[in-house]
Ligand binder design. Structure first.
Ligand SMILES: [Zn+2]
Length: 110
């Protein structure tokens, strides 16, 4: 899972928690049984608000930021081996192209 997806999921969870908190409070107030005694969710309201804000921020970040690609070292391309341009027809020695004579056996090269 990417960083962006994680941010979005955490953000959504926080936003949901933030949204649920006022409803919890409202529900608590509606129910005279708990509402009459003590409010549990009322102190949570500011937290819910902050959670929702942070959640929105995280979602935005998850959308905006660029997914960090794992930095992969570029694989160095090994230098191509020198092309075997010619092989002495007499002794089989590998020769450079500009050689006039084979340094091994002395054969004149066309
Ligand atoms: Zn040769």
């Amino acid at each position: 899972m990417g960083k962006k997806a994680a941010l979005k999921i955490i953000g959504i969870v926080l936003v949901l928690a933030g949204i649920v908190t006022p409803f919890l409070y409202w529900e608590e107030q509606r129910s005279w049984l708990t509402g009459a005694l003590i409010s549990i969710s009322f102190p949570l309201l500011p937290y819910g608000f902050v959670m929702a804000l942070v959640g929105i921020l995280l979602i935005v970040m998850g959308i905006v930021i660029k997914e960090e690609m794992p930095t992969r070292e570029p694989i160095p391309i090994p230098p191509a081996p020198p092309l075997i341009t010619r092989i002495c027809p007499q002794c089989g020695r590998v020769l450079a192209e500009d050689m006039k004579y084979c340094p091994n056996c002395g054969k004149a090269l066309g």
